[in-house]
Ligand binder design. Structure first.
Ligand SMILES: [Zn+2]
Length: 386
């Protein structure tokens, strides 16, 4: 299977690159306007209508397709929100950026960005980036305010898995395991950092919007970096262990978790903060996903239906448990006493095995719905020990 990932580094745009970035942004905005005015939906029709208009910016034509792609993606999200009757404003890109998937080269440690016909601007790549891209294909680059990001890809052999392992994400820890073993990753530092920075930010009383914004952005960056570091360490270990044990990683679906509490339902803002913003559930999932796929390890996300009751169902007999004390669950049918996180990850690990076997048996509907996962498993041995 083919795997993608991105490598980022800091970069300071020169003046001519800055001009290009703002022109590219204008191109995206023009394409958005055209798409919305003429009610275009497909990439093809958008391309037909906008291509000749984009020539007015005098940019190398390498940048046209990517500008149109960006516009199509933004308009798509906008229309989706309207369809779902959610609040939506016509998309508009404010920040300068520059991106293309062809026409650029990498030579002698530099990224050569096309600026005109056969003219290039050289951006030096740092040692770390060069080391990573040395044996992979670079598919595209994106320049933004202060970062340069390269999308790289490579062909990896799928790892043949013999069983599955579930990841149960909680506010202060992640529990990874199945019937045989489990590990608990303490992530309480993340919540502590988030709480501290939240407090810090709430203490700003400068009556100047501009300065307030600057300080918030400075602290926000620090907070993000510290949190990312913790999640990065945990996700790397999780993926490494799963590869060693030849276990397919299974994630629960936590969509809708943030709907548990909404503003004005009587719960305080501290409670809402803990539930919604205190832990980057999505960041942990996406890091596990891309790190797994980069090594050829299948990572599967349960559907919302499959996720239901993973916490409370007894992992031994399947009946409902009750809370004995603190985080310990007790099953009255079979007498099992178990930590709720361990119980959850066993359930998560098991449910995907049930699904894969259903898909293999070719039940109509199931197979279509899960074809992506089966594809992901191509080459993998299907686990049978349900
Ligand atoms: Zn039981």
């Amino acid at each position: 299977m083919y795997a993608y990932k991105a490598v980022k580094q800091d970069f300071i745009p020169s003046d001519n690159i800055k001009v290009m970035m703002s022109k590219f942004t204008d191109m995206v905005n023009l394409a958005i306007t055209v798409m919305i005015e003429s009610n275009l939906t497909s990439r093809n029709s958008a391309s037909k209508e906008t291509y000749h208009k984009l020539t007015a910016y005098g940019m190398p034509s390498y940048y046209y397709p990517e500008a149109i792609n960006k516009a199509v993606a933004l308009v798509k999200t906008y229309r989706k929100r309207i369809r779902k009757k959610k609040k939506a404003t016509i998309p508009h890109v404010n920040k300068g950026m520059l991106s293309t998937y062809y026409g650029f080269r990498i030579e002698e440690g530099n990224l050569l960005v096309p600026i005109a016909n056969r003219q290039y601007a050289a951006i030096p790549l740092n040692k770390h980036t060069l080391e990573i891209i040395s044996d992979v294909k670079v598919h595209s680059f994106v320049l933004s305010d202060c970062t340069l990001s390269l999308t790289i890809g490579r062909e990896v052999a799928s790892i043949e898995c013999i069983t599955t392992v579930g990841v149960d994400r909680n506010l202060r820890n992640a529990t990874v395991g199945n019937e045989m073993h489990h590990e608990v990753y303490d992530l309480s530092d993340v919540v502590r950092i988030k709480q501290r920075y939240r407090k810090k930010k709430s203490n700003f009383h400068r009556n100047d919007r501009r300065i307030q914004k600057q300080i918030a952005s400075k602290y926000g960056k620090r907070e993000r970096n510290r949190v990312r570091q913790i999640i990065h360490t945990a996700s790397t270990t999780i993926v490494k262990k799963a590869i060693e044990n030849k276990e397919m990683i299974v994630l629960e679906n936590i969509k809708g978790l943030s709907n548990i509490t909404v503003k004005g339902d009587g719960n305080g803002h501290n409670f809402r903060f803990l539930l919604k913003n205190a832990f980057p559930y999505g960041m942990l999932a996406s890091q596990i996903m891309y790190k797994g796929s980069w090594e050829g390890l299948p990572v599967i996300e349960l559907t919302r239906k499959e996720t239901r009751n993973t916490t409370m169902e007894c992992s031994e007999c399947g009946s409902m448990t009750r809370i004995e004390h603190d985080r310990i669950l007790k099953c009255d049918s079979c007498g099992l006493e178990i930590d709720r996180d361990v119980n959850a990850c066993i359930n998560i690990a098991r449910r995907v095995r049930a699904r894969l076997i259903r898909a293999l048996n070719g039940l109509p509907g199931e197979a279509v719905k899960q074809s992506k996962d089966v594809e992901q498993m191509a080459g993998s041995q299907i686990p049978t020990n349900i």
